[in-house]
Design a protein around this ligand. Structure first.
Ligand SMILES: Cc1cc2nc3c(=O)[nH]c(=O)nc-3n(C[C@H](O)[C@H](O)[C@H](O)COP(=O)(O)OP(=O)(O)OC[C@H]3O[C@@H](n4cnc5c(N)ncnc54)[C@H](O)[C@@H]3O)c2cc1C
Length: 380
């Protein structure tokens, strides 16, 4: 869907944020193993934390196509930063859409201002791809629910305390018994674990937490049993599409850096770009990138057209993520190779972006789950 002037301007501002505040700092955030708060505050000031929040709740109410393009622009700077931003944004948008107005009003101002981070917790130590198998238990109390269990591998979990959490109300019932709650990480019964020590991408703030006798009020039930499984999967096409866009952002930035370097680095009496064998590598990357961008645009247009629930959209989103993650996995090392040893320097994005591409292969549906989804959605 073509962007409005206001949307195009926001995408340009996001690209500037990436250039001026994310790219120059991402390697340091990674070294310090932390979320990029400074740039998150700047993103909030631009309105990015309320991009798809309805206008009635103080949001910008912009299109999904705009969100995908902003995600691409920010991920050019850092995949992990973009994950952190988009997960807070998503919690704000969900509360504005699905929570009772009083509950939304309690958290929205802080989320939108970037003062509190949000996260969405499905995955557990014992259940990842098989979401219906989660063991976190919600037990009915008078006026609310008691929640016990553990979540793991959650974006922003190192710090987030506005949490959309899925729990099982009826063990053995699979997806049918799953309910969705708003959990406040500042309340008794919420126990945060240390952020995970990983091989990279610490700007995502990945970690886990436990619920030990945590009590959620009835007003904090976002999706009752029977509706939560579908609600959680209702946002999956969008998530797959923006992860694909983020892969395009990383490859686009790597390509830009290599092009620039190839014009000035001399070898055998001419710039690297003068060697046919060297520049063909760039042509390969640029062509795959162009195809993946079209796939992202197609999936985003279907979502904007209100066709999220249709098989065509499931297929378009799953295929966009499948091919964009594969492109990033393949092209980022190829582009790094074109830089020679120079590409290993921390100031360049190759190793960081490659770690981002590895994460992209798991979040919001692993490559294998996408292949299953694509099989199921193929036209008969
Ligand atoms: C950095 C990071 C951030 C994350 N953020 C979040 C978040 O914010 N919220 C959240 O809820 N989760 C989050 N996740 C978790 C992510 O959604 C899971 O990693 C994903 O669902 C896969 O689950 P798993 O890693 O437990 O793999 P498993 O389910 O254990 O699978 C292991 C491998 O087997 C494959 N596999 C599994 N079942 C099958 C099958 N039937 N057929 C063929 N292959 C199969 C998988 O594709 C995978 O390759 C995050 C993960 C990472 C790495």
């Amino acid at each position: 869907m073509p962007l409005t002037d206001a949307e195009a301007s926001l995408v340009a501002q996001a690209a500037r944020l990436a250039r001026e505040q994310i790219t120059p700092n991402a390697a340091r955030w990674e070294r310090e193993r932390r979320i990029g708060h400074e740039a998150l505050a700047a993103a909030a000031a631009l309105g990015l934390t309320r991009l798809q929040v309805p206008a009635a709740a103080g949001g910008l109410d912009l299109s999904f196509s705009c969100k995908a393009q902003v995600a691409e622009a920010l991920a050019a700077g850092d995949f992990g930063f973009t994950m952190s931003w988009i997960n807070t944004h998503n919690v704000a948008a969900k509360l504005a859409r699905d929570a009772a107005p009083a509950l939304a009003a309690r958290y929205l101002p802080d989320l939108i201002a970037g003062r509190r981070l949000g996260c969405t917790a499905l995955t557990e130590p014992g259940a990842g791809s098989d979401f219906a198998a989660i063991g976190t238990r919600a037990t009915r109390l008078d006026g609310g629910w008691r929640i016990d269990g553990a979540k793991a591998w959650i974006t922003n979990a190192a710090e987030a305390d506005v949490i959309v959490l899925y729990a099982q109300t009826e063990p053995g019932s699979g997806g049918r018994g799953i309910a969705g709650f708003l959990v406040d990480g500042r309340r008794a019964g919420f126990v945060r674990e240390s952020a995970f020590a990983l091989g990279g991408q610490h700007t995502i703030g990945t970690g886990g937490f436990r619920l030990e006798g945590y009590v959620a009020g009835d007003d904090e039930l976002l999706h009752p049993p029977g509706q939560a499984f579908r609600a959680a999967l209702g946002s999956i096409n969008g998530a797959r599409t923006y992860i694909a866009a983020m892969c395009c952002g990383m490859v686009g930035e790597a390509l830009r850096v290599v092009q620039q370097y190839g014009r000035q680095r001399q070898a055998f009496g001419q710039p690297l770009a003068g060697h046919q064998g060297w520049r063909w590598r760039l042509a390969e990357a640029a062509s795959e990138l162009a195809a993946c961008r079209l796939m992202v645009a197609q999936a985003a247009a279907l979502i904007d057209a209100g066709r999220n629930a249709e098989r065509e959209t499931q297929l378009a989103a799953a295929q966009a993520k499948l091919l964009a993650t594969r492109m990033a996995d393949r092209q980022l090392p190829a582009l790094a190779q074109a830089m020679g040893a120079e590409g290993l320097r921390e100031q360049h994005p190759f190793a960081r972006h490659l770690a981002g591409a590895r994460v992209a292969g798991f979040v919001d549906g692993s490559t294998e789950m996408l292949l299953e989804r694509i099989c199921a959605a193929l036209p008969v």
